[in-house]
Design a protein around this ligand. Structure first.
Ligand code: GTP
Ligand code: ZN
Length: 216
């Protein structure tokens, strides 16, 4: 029998939103571990040898951790940390580590995100910006969607004057296999509001993410 994931869900957004805590897929841990065991057999390995005995469980746990963002929500991670503040200058959190997984190969996407916004009466707890990146990164992703989701989340939560997100990342599916280009990295951006409309504001952001911090 082929287990399929809810065929009525036909867009990525529908699938992802269906994976909320109330709506977990009905595949058991046992079935997931069996699938990893089958993979090991297919690779010509002996899943019963000592070193591999617990590997199906470890792989399942690792994958569950790497995709835990499906079961998190903006509401929970925010914990109310949006404050009324009369600030209207750019806020930038730079160099946020990204550990994501590509949806094509389930291999790591490693990089960092730079996230800025210009408030419009509301500010967000700084750590929450990194938590938003983390929630979307801990899913099966393409870098473009990850970038847009971070920008749209901030836009929706704060209705700021603008949001800018740049993600720079290296894809292990392009490094360790396939085209095998270890030095390559991909830059994606999403600009909203004044960052999209005003070249000077966008330029200020780009300059701020380029210079090296001198306390490192
Ligand atoms: N746009 C985009 N593409 C991605 C991302 N991660 C992986 N890919 C690409 O997805 C594509 C999948 O192409 P396929 O030809 O179906 O898969 P493949 O045979 O494994 O491709 P190769 O990697 O070229 O060997 C590849 O070009 C990957 O580089 C991402 O975040 N964004
Ligand atoms: Zn890939």
């Amino acid at each position: 029998m082929t287990l399929s994931f809810r065929p009525e869900l036909n867009s990525v957004e529908q699938v992802v939103s269906s994976l909320s805590t109330q709506n977990r897929p009905t595949v058991t841990d046992e079935e997931m571990m069996q699938a990893v065991r089958t993979l090991l057999l297919g690779l010509g390995e002996d899943p019963d040898r000592e070193g591999l005995k617990d590997t199906p469980k470890r792989v399942m746990k690792a994958l569950q951790f790497l995709t835990k963002g499906y079961h998190e929500s903006l509401d929970e991670l925010l914990n109310g940390a949006v404050f009324t503040e009369d600030a209207n200058e750019m806020v930038l959190v730079r160099d946020i580590d990204i550990f994501s997984s590509c949806e094509h190969h389930i291999l790591p996407i490693l990089g960092r995100a730079h996230v800025a916004y210009i408030p419009n009466g509301k500010v967000i707890g700084l750590s929450k910006i990194a938590r938003i990146c983390e929630m979307y990164a801990r899913r099966l992703q393409v870098q473009e969607r990850l970038t847009l989701q971070i920008a749209d989340a901030l836009q929706g939560l704060l209705k700021p004057q603008g949001v800018a997100v740049v993600v720079e990342a290296s894809h292990m599916c392009m490094v360790m296999r396939g085209v095998q280009k270890p030095g390559s990295w991909t830059v994606t951006s999403a600009m909203r509001g004044v960052f999209a409309e005003d070249a000077k504001t966008r330029e200020e952001f780009m300059n701020l993410i380029r210079h090296k911090a001198n306390f490192h």
